[in-house]
Ligand binder design. Sequence first.
Ligand code: AMP
Length: 215
Amino acid sequence: MNLILLGPPGVGKGTQAKLLIDRFGIPQISTGDMLRAAVKGLTPMGMKAKEFMDAGALVPDSVVIGIVQERLGQDDCARGFILDGFPRTVAQADALSEVLSGLSRSIDAVVSLSVDKDEVLKRLTGRRACHGCGAVYHLEFAPPKASGRCDACGGELYQRDDDKEATILRRLEVYDEQTAPLISYYEAAGLLRAVPGAGSVEGIHEAIVAALKAS
Ligand code: AMP
């Protein structure tokens, strides 16, 4: 199954992608995670991307399209994939369908998750990630057992630079301007499955699975 998870920052795409990996045995392709890895590794691409990411802006299409194209060609994507955080612009969506048609493949469904702005702010400002293994926590909704430490590996927890309130507001604006048009883009293609992003993590997961079965 070839899936896209679409929705604003903080809607829970990453969390839901993890559950879908277990359910369907296909990998998650998160451009945000790949870019953060490049930033951490101090690669030339990472250093260029960091400026955009810290400002809450989008990294140029040519950069992310290149990353995704390379990733989709890898063996573990042969049975399917879950795109999380890509595409984020109409140009990226057009490029994706070209890349996939070159591989004689196409998108099966686009799950569009939605949640209101106040909820997004609450979710993102409380989000913490582990420096060591990348596990994600929330100060209120999913706190670690020991403050500031990862339950899984004991690593130090940190707040992403782009999870500060001013940057979050900018990221939401960017979403409305550049990414939200993809909802009608994929609706017109008959691929959109709208699922409310509020409620329990498990409840949302089941709603996604039901929406996919219905398609
Ligand atoms: P995310 O973890 O998906 O929220 O992504 C974090 C940041 O990485 C975004 O705010 C962008 O700066 C950058 N980014 C991730 N995916 C993309 C994309 N598809 N296009 C452009 N920039 C991206």
